[in-house]
Structures are given as C-alpha cells and as structure tokens.
Design a protein around this ligand. Structure first.
Ligand SMILES: CC(C)(COP(=O)(O)OP(=O)(O)OC[C@H]1O[C@@H](n2cnc3c(N)ncnc32)[C@H](O)[C@@H]1OP(=O)(O)O)[C@@H](O)C(=O)NCCC(=O)NCCS
Length: 172
C-alpha cells in the first residue's frame, strides 16, 4: 500500500478493474442461488449465464450511470490510482411507507485487500451521504453465509429484521 487509501469518484477507465470484480460477484451470487434453486449448475453454466445475459456489461453500465445520478452514490477507494474497493448506494422511496429509504446496492473490496477493514470507510461514506440528505433509514440485502459482508454491515449498524424463505415447487 502506498499510503492511506482515499475515497474518490468512479472513472470510465476503471473498467479493467471493475469488470473482474463484477464477474467474481456475479459468479458468487449465481453459484449461491443456483444451489438454492437446486439447478445443479456447474462453473461452465454460471460463466455462460454471465456471458449470455451480458451481466457484467449491465452491472458496469448501471454503475457508471449511478456515478452521475442525483439519488445515487458511487465511491471508489484507491491505493494511489489503483481501485481497491467500491460502494454503490441509492435513495429510493419506500412504496409502503412513502418515505425515503437508503439502499446499499453493492459493496466490494478487492480480494488482495480484504481483511484490512477497508469496508469500514466505504460503508461510512454511504451512511454520511444518507445522513446529509435526511434519509432516516437504510437497508441492504445480504445472502446468508456471506459472513464478511454480514459483519461489515453489522459494524456499520445494520440489524437483521427479516428472513427470506424459499420453497422448491414440485409438479404434482
Ligand atoms: C464483504 C467485503 C466487502 C468485506 O470487505 P473487507 O474489507 O474484507 O472486510 P473488513 O476487513 O472491513 O472486515 C469486516 C469485518 O468482517 C470480518 N471478516 C472479514 N472477512 C471475514 C470472513 N471471511 N468471515 C468472517 N468474518 C470476516 C473482519 O474480521 C471484520 O470484523 P472485525 O473488524 O470485527 O475484525 C469483502 O469480503 C468483499 O468484497 N466480498 C465480495 C463481495 C461481496 O460479497 N459484497 C457484499 C455483497 S452483499
């Protein structure tokens, strides 16, 4: 590490770093959910889904647009010029409460930089942004078993308030 990491804006030329991050995140997510759905997908199926669905392109395009949005925040943590982590947060309106709701949409720390508490400044940046904008509450979805993420969010003050339950439907 060249010094203290700094929080910065997203740049178009960060794509070479973010695309592999998106690929890793998508693969992890689809692997986990293909198990939950009892699909039996292997790594080739997962790669095909990412490729055929153009999922990395979609994630990256959404992130670039969010970096320019009024109700979205993208911050990139850099070691020198090198991105080592990122956060993407949104402000939506809760459809039932009719109130502003912060949504933490994506958090990522480069694999080589994990375990150094770098998630903390990223989560804090989102919390400060919501606070500045008068957002009273924020949520994040996190998959059971993603212990590092669960701990990072808990350290930021997030508490578990519900359970998502799935059932496989058999033809009768
Ligand atoms: C989740 C993620 C951002 C955490 O980043 P990180 O910088 O490695 O996390 P930190 O070093 O800040 O650690 C946060 C806490 O989790 C703990 N932790 C880290 N890795 C852990 C692991 N694999 N299992 C359990 N706890 C873990 C740390 O010890 C720390 O707690 P502590 O301060 O009490 O010791 C990172 O693992 C990541 O990018 N994962 C892949 C993408 C992802 O899953 N994003 C979240 C989607 S919801």
């Amino acid at each position: 590490m060249t010094g203290d990491p700094v929080l910065t804006e997203l740049r178009e030329d960060d794509a070479n770093v973010f695309w592999p991050w998106h690929r890793d995140h998508l693969a992890w997510h689809i692997r986990r959910w293909s198990e939950a759905w009892h699909l039996g997908w292997d790594e080739a199926d997962i790669a095909a889904r990412i490729r055929d669905g153009r999922l990395i392109e979609k994630e990256w395009t959404e992130l670039l647009a969010a970096a320019d949005g009024d109700d979205t925040l993208v911050r990139v943590l850099r070691d020198g010029e090198q991105p080592i982590g990122a956060i993407y947060a949104e402000i939506r309106t809760d459809p039932y409460m009719g109130l502003p709701l912060g949504v933490l949409s994506w958090l990522h720390v480069d694999e080589a930089a994990r375990g150094r508490r770098l998630s903390e400044p990223l989560v804090k940046a989102a919390l400060a942004w919501w606070a500045q904008r008068g957002v009273p509450i924020a949520q994040v979805y996190v998959t059971a078993g993603n212990d590092a993420a669960i701990k990072a969010y808990a350290k930021g003050g997030f508490e578990i308030i519900d359970h998502r339950m799935l059932v496989g439907i058999r033809r009768r």
